[in-house]
Design a binder for this molecule. Structure first.
Ligand code: NDP
Length: 412
């Protein structure tokens, strides 16, 4: 069917590459390009020999001219941006210049301010429309599958969705006192920020980890979960008509939070550059260098993830609730593609999103979030490519849970 240029060769890209190779009918050819070419070559060495032709290249995705030259050489049908959020705009610029479709899994973030916003990327809408190319934003799990779940719920089960709670549970244990499951810098910037949720047209800010609940997750058990800001809240608040409130909760163990707080207290999570022995260093980037590489967690992580959305709304004038979620087993993922479930649950929807655009099912010039497309073909592909979903029409709602005492000073 076509050719994809994959930028990045980290945890998520590695899974996406495995999945593209499995889906060789769509991905006849892929080029893996990243800052460190040896990582691309390692992936190629692992996966070469199948039906998908694999090439590799070195690229600095912060440099638009380099990207344009590479796209002109490879001539892909789509660029899959699986590098970091900092590279979103340079890659979108290169796609515009070469009239090539674009997709990513995380919204743009300037390197010097921890600020998650779609504004920068939504601003490209008219230019993508005029160029006749599609930009698909946030095609990972969350954002990504959570948006597809929302579109699917609205299409099939509700006249109006009033409340959405997104619940992201990682019941995995890697055996380290502290490590992050994906890029530590991005992960820590996300969880040390203030919490925020959207209600009746307004954003309500909370302290980091201020709102806590205990939820009993299917196949995982009871876990502490905390209200966080997460980027799909912004697009879903805009794209789901009639919505009254949307929140996002993620589970964290006490050990993770205690370590994070200590690191914060000593200044190690700061993104302000400091001078050290005549050199400017950013403490959070230094911390990343001493933490375990997320890719190394795969063989040691056991347990499951359970991520999904609980909806409450109306159908034919009646109240209705609906919970749809996916359960993913860390060790099963490792057996299949050599990565743990966090990379797996992001890499699979990245491949599916690119396939949706390449096969014309989700082709619409402009810049769109996943929930703005027909969810049905994507939902089918989730079942086919390793992320089957489960439905529950009588779930326990977050609002029915007792409010937990706020965490000790440790997390404040
Ligand atoms: P990693 O750090 O493992 O990988 C990032 C890759 O990007 C590395 O190969 C890195 O190269 C490469 N890269 C970084 N900067 C550049 C550059 N300037 N030019 C070229 N390549 C570059 O991250 P993950 O795989 O864990 O995450 C990838 C993306 O997925 C992130 O944007 C993250 O936010 C997102 N994500 C989304 C989720 C979702 O559910 N939507 C969940 C988890 C992650 P090098 O090897 O040289 O460092």
């Amino acid at each position: 069917m076509g050719k994809a240029l994959i930028i990045g060769a980290g945890g998520v890209a590695s899974v996406a590459v495995h999945k593209c190779v499995q889906n060789s009918e769509v991905f006849e050819e892929i080029c893996i390009a990243s800052r460190t070419k040896s990582k691309c070559d390692d992936l190629k060495a692992k996966l070469d020999g199948g039906k998908t032709k694999i090439t590799t290249a070195q690229v600095d995705a912060d440099n638009v001219d380099e990207l344009i030259a590479l796209i002109n050489e490879v001539k892909p049908d789509i660029v899959m941006n699986l590098a970091l959020p900092y590279q979103d705009l340079t890659i979108m610029d290169a796609c515009l210049a070469t009239k090539t479709n674009y997709m990513d899994t995380a919204n743009y973030e300037p390197e010097d301010t921890a600020k998650f916003e779609y504004k920068w990327q939504w601003d490209y809408k008219e230019r993508f429309e005029k160029a006749g190319i599609t930009a698909l934003l946030g095609s990972g799990f969350d954002p990504g599958v959570t948006g597809v779940f929302s579109a699917y719920a609205l299409k099939h089960y509700f006249d109006e969705i009033e409340y959405i709670d997104i619940l992201d549970c990682n019941g995995g244990d890697h055996g380290y006192p502290f490590a992050t499951n994906f890029n530590p810098e991005i992960n820590i910037r996300e969880v040390s920020a203030n919490g925020r949720y959207w209600e009746k047209g307004e954003w309500i800010e909370t302290q980091p980890m201020e709102i806590k609940r205990v939820y009993d997750f299917k196949e995982v058990g009871e876990k502490d979960m905390y209200l966080l800001y997460h980027e799909e809240l912004e697009s879903l608040a805009k794209n789901m008509p009639g919505l009254k409130r949307i929140r996002f909760f993620m589970t964290f163990g006490q050990s993770y939070l205690t370590h994070l707080k200590a690191l914060e207290n000593v200044g190690m999570t700061s993104i302000e550059p400091i001078e050290y022995e005549g050199k400017q260093i950013i403490p959070l980037q230094f911390l990343k260098a001493v933490l375990p590489d997320p890719a190394s967690l795969g063989p040691r992580t056991v347990g499951k993830t359970n991520i999904g959305c609980i909806f409450k709304g109306k159908k034919d004038g009646q109240d209705k609730t609906y919970y749809v979620y996916n359960i993913c087993d860390h060790q099963e993922c490792f057996k299949e593609v050599g990565s743990q479930a966090i990379s797996y649950t992001t890499g699979v929807p990245a491949m599916i999103g690119a396939a949706m655009v390449m096969t014309g099912k989700w082709n619409k010039p402009g810049v769109y979030n996943v929930e703005e497309f027909n969810p049905d073909p994507f939902m089918e592909e989730l079942n086919k490519w390793g992320l089957p979903w489960v439905e529950d029409f009588n779930p326990v709602l977050v609002d029915e849970l007792p409010e937990e005492a706020k965490e000790s000073e440790l997390v404040r």
